[in-house]
Design a binder for this molecule. Structure first.
Ligand SMILES: NC(=O)c1ccc[n+]([C@@H]2O[C@H](COP(=O)([O-])OP(=O)(O)OC[C@H]3O[C@@H](n4cnc5c(N)ncnc54)[C@H](O)[C@@H]3O)[C@@H](O)[C@H]2O)c1
Length: 309
């Protein structure tokens, strides 16, 4: 049994990870400021430290005695990074650097590994899909720049400070507990709730934008496998399916699952909206012998069941 810190563990992805770690018999501490995370997401057996991930004292307190860190706390929204540029930067880069810095010496003067969330946003609007990790990053948002910054600091963490790191560039993660009421949430959580309730859905542009939707359970399996493998170095992997789904296809599947047709409100395309985002999952598959195996129908089924509760 090991003891892990999950930053952002009251959020969507972090709470699923905390559940799975506890299910495997590990002890879990969560550091979360509850800005978007919810207390009801916290597994009963996890210890919660309410605090800011960019505050070194809070991070040191939460990291005391742990064997490794999953760093997921962030302002997880491109839109928020436009509205609150400096504030999101402080959390998204400042938080990561604080975690890496504390991880250097937390275990009797030695380091612990850090697995952290990067994002497909580092690629920007690159039409050369599927995007491999060697594509030149061209982020188009402060959020994407900050996630790229985390990757660069992670390399410093390893090369200068001996902190092993693994960064995963999550594509569009979906599943139960993704807040359907936040305008900043992923399209699936918003659509699933609205279609299930027979409400209208907003489609920006022609709806032919293509995304790589990855189920949260698959993300958790990769995060746990990467920690089990005892990271050495500063690796970065895509976490994606490699399968394209357009927004209109997504709506069709949701309508079929719910047995309801949603009225569509067509809006103008959002400026800066990325047209196609598909990742190449080969490198992570080779490293961990895993695939994102949950099909869209299965993953959406679980999401809809949760959304109608
Ligand atoms: N959901 C996706 O599709 C997606 C895609 C790419 C990357 N990511 C990344 O995955 C991670 C988890 O995202 P999520 O979708 O679960 O989002 P989320 O908003 O549900 O979770 C983020 C958690 O971090 C906490 N948090 C925010 N600022 C904090 C701070 N200053 N100090 C302490 N805690 C803080 C929030 O309260 C929340 O619990 C983030 O790093 C995000 O950028 C998510």
């Amino acid at each position: 049994m090991a003891h892990y810190l999950v930053t952002g563990g009251c959020g969507f992805i972090g709470s699923h990870l905390a559940d799975a770690l506890l299910g495997d018999g590990h002890a879990v501490t969560i550091l979360d400021d509850l800005s978007t995370g919810r207390l009801e997401n916290k597994p009963a057996r996890a210890e919660l430290v309410v605090g800011d991930v960019a505050d070194a004292d809070a991070v040191r307190h939460a990291m005391d005695g742990v064997d490794g860190v999953f760093h997921l706390a962030a302002v997880a929204s491109v839109q928020r990074s436009k509205e609150l540029w400096a504030e999101t930067h402080r959390t998204n880069v400042g938080g990561a650097v604080t975690v890496f810095e504390v991880a250097r010496t937390i275990r009797d003067g030695a380091s612990v590994p850090v697995i952290y969330a990067s994002s497909a946003a580092v690629y920007g609007d690159n039409p050369n899909t599927p995007l491999g990790e060697d594509c030149v990053p061209q982020p188009r948002s402060a959020y994407g720049v900050d996630k790229l910054g985390c990757e660069l600091h992670a390399r410093v963490a390893w090369e200068i400070h001996n902190v092993p790191t693994v960064g995963f560039r999550f594509f569009n993660v979906y599943g139960p507990r993704q807040d359907p009421l936040s305008p900043y949430s992923g399209v699936i959580s918003i659509f699933a709730r609205r279609v299930a309730r027979g409400e209208e859905v907003e489609i920006h542009g022609d709806g032919e934008q293509v995304r790589d939707f990855v189920y949260v359970g698959d993300v958790v399996r990769f995060l746990m496998a990467s920690m089990r493998k005892r990271p050495q170095g500063a690796a970065v992997y895509n976490l994606c399916t490699g399968r394209p789904t357009s927004i209109l296809m997504l709506l069709d599947v949701l309508q079929e699952l719910c047995g309801k047709k949603a009225r569509r409100l067509h809006r103008t395309a959002r400026p800066g909206d990325i047209r196609v985002s598909i990742g190449d999952p080969a490198k992570a598959r080779a490293a961990y012998g895993l695939t994102c195996r949950t099909g869209l129908l299965e993953g959406l089924g679980a999401t809809v069941s949760w959304a109608v509760l």
